[in-house]
Write a protein that binds this ligand. Structure first.
Ligand code: DGL
Length: 269
């Protein structure tokens, strides 16, 4: 793999386009930083993978990405990858600071009034021990329902590329999040997959009653900002677009290219 010679960027890694929900927040907080956005689309969706195979893939890919881009920090705006591989990545690449994304169970437990919280995530994130440990640690006093969705990440990918979303499918996927128990109702749904905020309007529209949809994107961006050396923040005089998108399939289609352009990312040829 060839080396890219520029000031150290912030690397963002997701299975697809979901991490763009975090990139847009990160850009607001760090307008003078350069970003490399990596979508492992060759392996999308991560939610369907078995754990050992996916972990090996992610750790292997990072070896190449860190060598090539030498980022100041690596952000993984992907719950499915973070809940599985964060510890392995930190152990394998101790010189790189990693910012992970894990289901926002703690803030949800702090905010809920009814005590009924749902965590909407990929099937992978739902079955992780990491997720179960978060609930045991932070949400003992709540009733937390884990809802694994097989379709929403795909629906978000289609929506962002083609502007179309099957609302009935969204309704069906989010329906299990809504519980009524002893006169109380679910009041918070944690969006524990970075793809889902793209569908937030459709979720609001098809939800049986209003809830808070917890999107951790801004919190992740803040965490990333807190790890950057202040001295490294500088104005950037290079010509636009300065940020790069890498798709591991090497086969981004026209709609994907257009989407990346819309996010100010130039696609690697
Ligand atoms: N965006 C991802 C997440 O935050 C995963 C989507 C997928 O690949 O299944 O969990």
């Amino acid at each position: 793999m060839k080396r890219t010679e520029t000031s150290a960027p912030i690397l963002m890694f997701d299975s697809g386009i979901g991490g763009l929900t975090v990139l847009r927040e990160a850009r607001v907080l760090m307008p003078d930083r350069r970003f490399v956005y990596v979508a492992d689309d060759a392996a999308f969706p991560y939610g369907d993978w078995e754990e050992p195979e996916l972990n090996a893939r992610i750790v292997g890919l990072f070896g190449e990405l860190l060598e090539r881009f030498r980022p100041e920090i690596a952000v993984i705006p992907c719950n499915t990858a973070s809940t599985l591989s964060l510890a392995s990545l930190r152990a394998a690449y101790p010189r790189t600071p990693f910012v992970g994304t894990v289901p926002a169970v703690k803030p949800a437990a702090e905010r809920t009034r009814s005590g009924l919280v749902s965590v909407l995530a990929t099937p992978g994130t739902v079955k992780r021990q990491y997720t179960r440990d978060l609930i045991a640690q932070w949400a003992q006093k709540c009733h937390v329902r884990l809802v694994g969705s097989t379709q929403l990440a795909r629906l978000a990918e289609t929506y962002m590329r083609h502007g179309f979303v099957d609302e009935e499918a969204v309704r069906a996927e989010i329906a299990p999040c809504f519980i009524e128990q002893d006169g109380r109702r679910t009041d918070i749904v944690v969006l524990a997959c970075t793809h889902y905020p793209f569908l937030a309007n459709r979720m609001r529209k098809t939800a049986p009653w209003p809830v808070d949809w917890l999107d951790p994107a801004e919190a992740i961006a803040r965490r990333a900002l807190s790890l950057l050396a202040p001295s490294a923040a500088h104005g950037d005089t290079r010509t636009e677009p300065r940020d790069l998108a890498v798709f591991t399939s090497g086969k981004a289609d026209f709609a994907t290219r257009r989407l990346m352009q819309g996010f100010g990312l130039s696609l690697e040829e």
